[in-house]
Design a protein around this ligand. Structure first.
Ligand code: GDP
Ligand code: MG
Length: 439
């Protein structure tokens, strides 16, 4: 999903001004991207209609380029789809709080039971895990092993008892022993079937879990919607947990499930390991950004707007358009960037550039420091006219900056390439200039 959307936005970004046709064409692509990512077609239709209406009608603000405006709208609508805000777990008063996990086989219920237990214990709760999947002996030992690993008690009655009985006995035990939270790990099936649904309803009637969480494998896409709808009809769901978000899930499942069922996503599970790092409280804005594949571009824009020195930027813009960018300007823009934060963070936040994040050298703050040192060791004349930096000057600069002649040569060469590129861009009237519009 991300790659496709990035391509759309890159195309938009290459245009200075957007016409209605540009927006419509881009939305066609967004529509395809969403459908390809297995987002439900009803959801896609509504989404695209909303975004198009806003994008065409939107007054382009002075400080942003239009394509960023479109991204912002798409981003905001994604957030709306995903539910605007995190909906926290409810607590039963008086306790114990009973949480029932439901879902198909292999979606990650047992793993989640343990992760959730750990999460709640960190908040000071006494948690009891309940093994109510009696159909596979391995399911019980799996939960027991996790319980031992985390030092969290597991209630079980083996494979002979019925799950509703187990649940009820576990709750009695929890009351007596003053547990705050009871997490019931139920059985799954490969497909939805009637006996399973009846069993879940019986458990529900006996212990009245305040939270009924559906565990959904993020990789299942479109199918997840049907599963969620069915479970929601039988056990009124209070939340959804998307698991395996660490895989290359396309994000479509999460979008659709929330949009179609209206049930909030409460957690994301991001790994097989049960530790403090593989369960995330769900935040719609973060997932929306992840789906857009644009890192945290919006907060970057906001920070840039706050910090970018408008005067400075205008001057630089003028010089750029004349193809006059020199080492002085380069140094200046490095300093401007610094104000925004560490270089690594900035680059990771810029769409397209985040691929560069793999280029170690470029990201290395120490490397940037060396570049700065080299420029500082140049005379003003050299900064303005890099072409005069030859043999003996290179040696002097290398000595002065504590770097090597090769490094100096390389920087000068790279800089000259950049200058040529900028001149070309400038002669095209500033087209192709993405990024922050300084006006
Ligand atoms: P259950 O049948 O619903 O109880 O599912 P399990 O908890 O037994 O998990 C099924 C498989 O998925 C196991 O191999 C887990 O290690 C794995 N798994 C569970 N959650 C995640 C997750 O968030 N990411 C990844 N990569 N694997 C997971
Ligand atoms: Mg299980």
């Amino acid at each position: 999903l991300s790659d496709r959307l990035q391509a759309v936005f890159q195309k938009l970004g290459s245009k200075g001004r957007l016409t209605e046709d540009d927006v419509r064409e881009a939305m066609k692509q967004v529509r395809l991207a969403l459908l390809e990512a297995d987002v439900n077609f009803r959801v896609v239709k509504e989404f695209v209609a909303k975004v198009t209406e806003q994008a065409i009608g939107e007054e382009v603000t002075k400080s942003l380029t239009p394509h960023q405006q479109v991204i912002k709208i798409v981003h905001q609508e994604l957030i709306n789809l995903l539910g605007t805000e995190n909906v926290p777990l409810q607590e039963a008063r008086p306790g114990p709080t009973v949480i029932m996990l439901v879902g198909l086989q292999g979606t990650g219920k047992t793993t989640l039971a343990a992760k959730l237990a750990l999460h709640l214990r960190k908040k000071g709760k006494r948690v009891l895990l309940v093994a109510a999947d009696v159909y596979r002996p391995a399911a019980i030992t799996q939960l027991q092993a996790l319980g031992r690993q985390l030092n969290i008690p597991v209630y079980s009655e083996g494979t002979q008892a019925s799950p509703p009985d187990i649940a009820e006995h576990a709750l009695e035990h929890a009351r007596k022993e003053l547990f705050n939270v009871v997490i019931i790990d139920t059985a799954g099936r490969l497909q939805i079937d009637e006996p399973l649904m009846q069993e879940l309803e019986q458990i529900e009637n006996r212990v009245h879990p305040i939270e009924r969480l559906l565990v959904v494998d993020a990789m299942t896409g479109q199918e997840a919607v049907r599963v969620a709808e069915t479970f929601n009809q039988r056990v009124k769901l209070t939340g959804v947990v998307m698991t395996k978000m660490d895989g290359d899930a396309r994000g479509g499942a999460a979008l659709s499930v929330r949009a179609v069922t209206g049930v909030p996503i409460k957690f994301l599970s991001t790994g097989e390991k049960v530790d403090g790092n593989t369960l995330e409280v769900f935040h719609p804005d973060r997932l929306a950004s992840r789906i857009l594949g644009m890192g945290d571009v919006l907060s970057l824009i906001e920070r840039a707007e706050q910090l970018y020195d408008a005067e400075q930027a205008k001057k630089m813009q003028k010089r750029l358009s004349k193809g006059e960018f020199d080492f002085e300007d380069f140094l200046n823009s490095l300093h401007q960037m610094r104000k925004l934060g560490p270089l690594q963070q900035i680059i990771a936040m810029i769409p397209g550039l985040n691929q560069l994040a793999r280029n170690e050298e470029l990201l290395d703050e120490r490397h940037v420091k060396r570049v700065e040192a080299i420029i500082y060791s140049m005379t003003p004349e050299e900064r303005r006219r890099p072409e005069i930096i030859k043999g003996s000057r290179r040696e002097r600069i290398a000595r002065g900056s504590g770097t090597s002649v090769q490094e100096v040569s390389q920087l000068v060469k790279q800089f000259q390439q950049m200058q040529r590129m900028m001149k070309q861009l400038a002669s095209k009237g500033g087209k192709g200039r993405g990024g922050i519009d300084p006006n």
